[in-house]
Design a protein around this ligand. Structure first.
Ligand SMILES: Nc1ncnc2c1ncn2[C@@H]1O[C@H](COP(=O)(O)OP(=O)(O)OP(=O)(O)O)[C@@H](O)[C@H]1O
Length: 346
């Protein structure tokens, strides 16, 4: 089922939660709404679900407007499944009863069979007669997912579905959810503030800020070609170096970087990715000194002082051998991967 927002604006009194948002989600596509707290992600989800009506603009399901005052389709009529951050399970119902709850319109026998199939699909067959309080967070999340997908909704809307899970469990449940979404073929929107969640699960990421869409693209597009410093910072902890544009380039203590399209004399920010700095022996490339080195397992977190920079460069690299703090080294920066943005473009 396709889902589209056309010029949607949503106001709550003085607050504009969404401003002229347009987005089309293709049938079966998985889209992540990514952004900081308060940027309007949940509001967009609530509009799709039909629990909110837009102040202006349209919501379309399968090409049909479902948001117009005279043609407003109620949430339960939209064929939309919902999964919330807190799972929203009924505490007095068992797992089986919770999942059956979403299957209105089925006769008792087929509701039971369908519920049990969905429960088995998320690996909880043995817990079908348990109550939510007897389950771990990950198990409760799986029940919520089973309840949402059991009626085979055309659209699945998920609001921060993994945020209550600890790191390790989160990875597992996220991968399971991705597999299940693919299998059901539901058009899915997942709200998250975690870029890794978005990159791992979504076909396309919609980066939002203050009620507007900043950029739409695949995880790789957003990571490699962010449209602004704001978008860039969302996906990478860069070392940022300020400079002034002179003759189409920014001169910095670590080199000169092309700044196409930036005005002569304007302030710019040069962004260097921590994993694209390579250490070479002293005397080669750019001279630097190791300020600190922290072993993190797969990589080392290294701070490098460079003459002329007021803050050390951050590098995340694998340091073989016995490089020590205080040691003089050379550094080689993959310059074609360096990004340059106008300063203040946040
Ligand atoms: N019912 C409401 N009444 C008043 N203001 C609201 C209402 N719902 C949302 N807002 C405001 O609209 C803005 C967007 O909120 P929304 O919940 O959509 O953001 P979000 O990106 O989902 O944030 P979070 O990640 O914290 O859930 C916020 O400023 C919020 O305070």
């Amino acid at each position: 089922m396709s889902l589209a927002f056309e010029g949607v604006t949503q106001r709550f009194g003085e607050v504009t939660a969404l401003e002229d948002v347009s987005l089309s989600v293709a049938p079966g596509e998985i889209v992540a709404l990514l952004g900081q707290s308060g940027c309007g992600k949940t509001t967009l989800l609530r509009l799709a679900a039909g629990v909110e009506r837009p102040s202006a603009g349209k919501v379309l399901l399968e090409g049909r407007e479902v948001s117009a005052p005279e043609d407003f389709v109620e949430p339960e009529q939209r064929g939309v499944g919902l999964v919330f951050q807190d799972y929203a399970l009924f505490p007095h119902l068992t797992v089986r009863e919770n999942v059956r709850f979403g299957l209105r319109g089925y006769d008792a026998a087929s509701a039971d069979a369908t519920a049990l199939r969905a429960i088995a699909r998320v690996g909880l067959a043995d817990l079908a007669d348990s109550y939510p309080h007897m389950l771990s967070g990950g198990e409760q999340q799986r029940v919520a997912l089973a309840r949402a997908v059991a009626p085979r909704p055309g659209v699945l809307l998920m609001d921060e579905p993994f945020s209550n899970l600890d790191r390790r469990l989160r990875d597992v449940v996220r991968d399971e959810t991705a597999a299940l979404l693919e299998e059901t073929g539901a058009t899915s929107i997942i709200v998250t503030h975690d870029p890794e969640d978005a990159m791992r699960i979504a076909d396309r990421i919609v980066l939002m800020r203050a009620g507007r869409i900043v950029q739409i693209g695949s995880g790789e597009e957003l990571y490699r070609r962010p449209v602004s410093l704001f978008a860039a910072r969302f996906f990478c902890d860069f070392s940022e170096i300020a400079g002034i544009v002179r003759r189409g380039a920014v001169d910095t203590p670590i080199g000169s970087f092309p700044a196409p399209g930036l005005a002569e004399g304007s302030q710019a920010v040069v962004c260097v990715r921590p994993h694209l700095i390579r250490l070479v022996p002293k005397g080669y490339h750019l001279p630097a000194r190791i300020v600190t080195r922290r072993f993190l397992g797969e990589v080392d977190h290294v701070l490098l002082a460079v003459d002329g920079l007021d803050k050390p460069l951050v590098a995340r690299i694998s340091l073989l051998g016995s490089i020590r703090e205080g040691e003089e080294v050379g550094i080689d920066i993959a310059t074609d991967e360096v990004l340059v943005f106008p300063a203040g473009d946040t």
